[in-house]
Design a protein around this ligand. Sequence first.
Ligand code: VGL
Ligand code: ZN
Length: 203
Amino acid sequence: MKALLIADIQYDFLPGGSLEVPDSDKIIPVVNKLQHYFDLVVAVQDWHPANHKSFASNNAGKKPYDIIDLHGLQQKLWPDHCVQGTAGANFSRELNLNKAEVIFRKGTDPEIDSYSGFYDNGHLKSTGLADYLCGKKVSQVYLTGLAGDICVYLSGMDSLNEGFETFIIEDATKPLSQQDFQREMKTFIEKGGKLIRSNDIFS
Ligand code: VGL
Ligand code: ZN
């Protein structure tokens, strides 16, 4: 069984959002088309309480993109984004989610950030995604969405660790930093991950 994961296609990560990923809207038609080729579609949603410690605004004297120590982990600080119940946390209305069976939410604990759809950044708690996929007899995981160098990359690494054959669909993701993404994709491939294009699925 193959699963398509759609990460964080939410207004705050789209053009005009508080943490916009350049050109991120370009992937939406690709992600919509890809879903026809999968039996299982799962969405991931960044879903922070307003007092989340990854927000610069919740750390006195700090600015976005400063690095702090948060309970022993390095934490990059962000502009407020994907706050529970706000418009910026909503999925794009252009994104078709009719096929998504479930939505896994992450980043809900104010004391720890969560980039991967599988675990928080300290690998302390699971979102339940790996168990869910196992229960559905998934053996291959295909990753799409935002941001390519953060959520998609780290979900890919966790997916490999969990033993899934793991694919990142290059033209169905966009990174915040192209440079970071290129370096990370080398690491992902070295670990056994596969970088493909949507045409590999369509053809
Ligand atoms: C993400 C930055 C902040 C992501 C989440 O999921 O890619 N990036 N929060
Ligand atoms: Zn976040």
